[in-house]
Design a protein around this ligand. Structure first.
Ligand code: ATP
Ligand code: MG
Length: 458
């Protein structure tokens, strides 16, 4: 849901737009002229401004300029009854993300709004990233101390120096998009645009025109000329996210662009050259998809010049404490809370969890825990219930223990029991401490610590 300000002097249209946007889950306010819009813009934060070009007091372009001064990262859409190429260019320069030629279909409005909001979110994220990077190297934004992640980052850095296409694979939430941005940021194109498109999210009928643009009147609803994302990413990087979901027909067209770097807008005449570096990501196994005839092999080879495989979080548990600390700091700052850290039990739980949702899941877990922590460290009761018991509780066998009449040295007895249990677990797991620890329901660290103590004692 976003907060959208709609500025148009025509009351009927203004209300219609507000209504349509609200039906789509957004919150809106209407303004009848530039002065009112400016007042509202100054009063509260808006995610998006939609304005008509012709306003009774100032011009829509002036409004765009002022709005941009107030919040440079906020996207804006311009509506106009007669879009000339020069107005469109000026509008883009003044910060409009896109323009809509009146009359337009509501579907077109929704698409433009969704794209503009996505762009806004991206810009904010980029700004944060840039701030975070500051004088530090871009690499520090990505947390990764495990050998596998270090290797991935090293390869990413190397690939960034070239224009080679990179295919980033990995389960959902492993950081594919983050790595794509990282490559762009470390590359010679860093000052150029980074344009991301989620191939799975754009309806099949629209994706071609999204990517390659369309000429005016190319199809019903194509009320204005659209340059397309390849053009938008010119001299920068285009990130084709969820590439595995691309329909076969489009794959053939993509292959041509990848080979020749020439695009042909839908319904347009002629081609134009684009200078775009391609990055793609997928959580599917594209070799398997190729075998099943769902993905073109030739396209796979073109995109997969360099392959970066992001390991699932459960295979790089060393990264968990640092990631958790990073997310704690981030989310605590967001909520204005001062939380010093996690209790050892919580950290233990975090380290042992399976993370089917990978880094994103860890981030969400920490965010939830932060939200439930009133003061002090994050304690066990801030973790979801399933996590609290599911991981640690193991079935306890009924005890056959009988206290000898003369009593016993309980400490020594427990130590012997512990040593025997650990021995047996190690034997059962062919010496793997990780698995032995799991078998005994304890963390690897605890297991290692206790083993050390036992060995020291003997
Ligand atoms: N190594 C990391 N360091 C810091 N943050 C990370 C790291 N990896 C992932 N994240 C964060 O986790 C979240 C998920 O990452 P991202 O969106 O890049 O994953 P993805 O692989 O593209 O997932 P999906 O397949 O679901 O699209 C993001 O908020 C990202 O910032
Ligand atoms: Mg992603």
């Amino acid at each position: 849901m976003a907060q959208i300000l709609v500025c148009d002097d025509e009351a009927n249209l203004r209300e219609l737009l507000c209504l349509a946007l609200e039906e789509n889950g957004h919150r809106t306010r209407g303004a009848a002229n530039g002065a009112e819009a400016l007042r509202l813009l100054e009063q509260s934060p808006w995610d998006l401004l939609i304005t008509d070009l012709r306003l009774p007091d100032i011009s829509g372009l002036d409004l765009l300029r002022r709005a941009k001064e107030l919040a440079p990262e906020r996207p804006a859409l311009l509506m106009t009854a007669f879009a000339s190429a020069s107005t469109a260019v000026t509008a883009m320069k003044e910060g409009a993300f896109d323009y809509l030629e009146k009359p337009f279909e509501m579907e077109e409005l929704h698409l433009a709004v969704a794209r503009a909001l996505e762009q806004g979110a991206l810009r904010r994220e980029n700004d944060l990233l840039r701030q975070a990077v500051g004088e530090r190297e871009a690499g520090e934004v990505i947390v990764g101390v495990s050998p596998t992640m270090r290797r991935v980052l090293e390869l990413a850095r190397r690939a960034a120096r070239t224009d080679a296409s990179v295919l980033i694979t990995g389960e959902s939430g492993t950081g594919k998009e983050l790595v794509a941005r990282f490559i762009h940021g470390c590359s010679g194109r860093a000052r150029g645009p980074f344009v991301a498109v989620n191939c799975a999210a754009v309806p099949e009928g629209l994706i071609e025109s999204e990517l390659f643009g369309h000429a005016r009147g190319a199809f019903t609803g194509a009320v204005s000329h659209r340059p397309g994302l390849f053009v938008e990413a010119d001299h920068g990087t285009l990130f084709l996210d969820e590439i595995g979901e691309t329909p076969l027909g489009l794959q053939a067209k993509l292959l041509r662009v990848v080979q020749e770097r020439l695009i042909r807008p839908v319904g347009g005449v002629g081609e134009r050259a684009v200078d775009v570096r391609l990055l793609a990501a997928t959580n599917r196994d594209l070799m398997e998809e190729t075998g099943a005839g769902r993905f073109r092999e030739d396209l796979l080879y073109r995109l997969n010049v360099v392959n970066l495989r992001l390991p699932p979080l459960r295979e790089r548990r060393e990264d968990i404490p640092l990631l958790a600390a990073r997310f704690l700091e981030q989310h605590a700052r967001k909520y204005g809370l001062a939380i010093p850290g996690f209790s050892p039990e919580v950290m233990d739980c975090l380290q042992r969890h399976g993370y089917p949702g990978n880094v994103r899941e860890l981030s969400n877990l920490v965010e939830g825990a932060v939200a439930l922590t009133v003061e002090g460290r994050v304690e066990m009761d801030a973790l979801p219930e399933g996590m609290r018991c599911g991981v640690t509780r193991k079935e306890v066998p009924e005890s056959t223990f009988r206290l000898p009449e003369g009593g016993l040295d309980l400490e020594a007895h427990l130590a012997a029991l512990e040593a025997s249990a650990m021995d047996q677990a190690l034997e059962a797991c062919q010496g793997s401490k990780t698995r032995a620890a799991e078998l005994l329901g304890m963390s690897f660290r605890t297991f290692r610590y206790r083993l050390g103590k036992l060995v020291g004692r003997n």
